[in-house]
Design a protein around this ligand. Sequence first.
Ligand code: OFO
Length: 171
Amino acid sequence: MLSKEIEKALNSQITIEAESSQVYLAMASWAETQGFEGVAAFMYAHSDEERMHMLKLVKFVNERGGHAKIATLKAPPISFGSFKEMFQTLFDHEVMVSASINELVHISLQERDYATHNFLQWYVAEQIEEEALARTILDKINLIGDDKGGLYLFDNDVKLLTVTSSVDPNA
Ligand code: OFO
């Protein structure tokens, strides 16, 4: 059984994952309108992943006798300035998510909820991958700057970058 404190913290994380999915969906849509299909495909896939992160939490909370609450979400931005700015936003967002997961881990230990602590280890590992991936992309785009040819190649490159961390929420 989940303590009220853990249930509340997990519910906040559900909202964060749902909002992440929306932010990446907005990035996908914006990139698509700019003609960057590779970046758009990457962001659509990333958005799906975040929804999966959210669902995994929803199922866990309900399985443990809590109630996963589906809340109103903040609207994401409509446009993102430049690709450089967009990937910086993505990186900063993932750093924020990692901090939030770390806080959850901390609360689970305080509450001596070892089942939740164990469950959260998947997210801890996932955040290491996600931050690394975001950092790699950001490094690339910082090298390219505003060079049109470079951006064209970058778009192709990103198309090939598969998000390696897809996991079935029921797994
Ligand atoms: Fe990209 O963050 Fe979910 O966990």
